[in-house]
Design a protein around this ligand. Sequence first.
Ligand code: GFB
Length: 313
Amino acid sequence: MKSNDKIYVAGHRGLVGAAICRRLEQDGYTNILTSTHAELDLCSQAEVQAFFQKSRPDYVFLAAARVGGIHANNTFPADFIRDNLLIQTNIIDAAYQEGVQKLLFLGSSCIYPKLCPQPMKEEYLLTGPLETTNEWYAIAKIAGIKMCQAYHRQYGFSAISLMPTNLYGPGDNFDLKKSHVLPALIRKFHEAKESGQVEVEVWGTGSPQREFLHVDDLAAASLFLMETYSEPEIVNVGSGQEVTIGELAKLAAEVVGFQGTVRFNPEMPDGTPRKLLDVSFLTRLGWQAEIPLKEGMESTYRWFIDNITDIRQ
Ligand code: GFB
């Protein structure tokens, strides 16, 4: 990518898209194209086609998606499968039709089977049944991967796919009904500390293991792969930092300064028991995560404090 190439970041207001924009700006890219939901409905094929015909970007980061934590995925399966299929199909096809040089698609570690051998290698895709709480989202993401591979194979379109592990960072969703676990715990512990509450509920049994990656690391990996990688095979992007939800809760309490106790609620789903990516392919390509979990959680908590008024509205 040249510094004045036109780079479209779809989903620039989301956790991932915003981090990619920050990184592009930091690296001196000057021609970043974005569009708000009011300006462009990504679920509308006609609007997406018209946008690409008019703006003719050189590169596309496809970070737009309907995302959410375990509860949102489990409660709104139709929204998750429909919106993700529409958004990614519209963008990938329009990018190909309008001569985009390269597109980067973001999948998710939940594309792998529920009981996948750990750590999960790229080749384990489609080797077993999916986790039921998020299979709708996972199926849409698998369709996105396959679409990139099909366009690569039939049309020679340069579309690459990254599979990030569970992400967190500034700009995350802190809405307790929709968010992922890490921002949820930060908010719950902060509000308990503020109100003098002595006990906080943590969903599930606390035993599932998750790997977390700071979104600034994902943005760095995305730019690195956009510059250096052009193959249709998917690439895992993780940190190698795996913790149980119980351990994460302890760490979040420490970061926030909450001194009370945690009560696990096994009525809420645990989801997949373990989700650790094998990142040896990415390491061989020349990239590794840099932000340690505790440090990343501390800066995310600072961001939460700075933006708490907007978050509560
Ligand atoms: O982050 P999370 O919602 O998503 O939940 P997944 C991870 C674990 O944290 C689960 C537990 O075992 C939850 O039960 N947990 C504990 C909580 N307390 C909370 C809480 O207050 N809020 C939330 N959200 N969880 C998602 C998928 O799965 O991972 C998406 O649903 C996506 O499709 C994403 O792929 C990366 O890791 O289980």
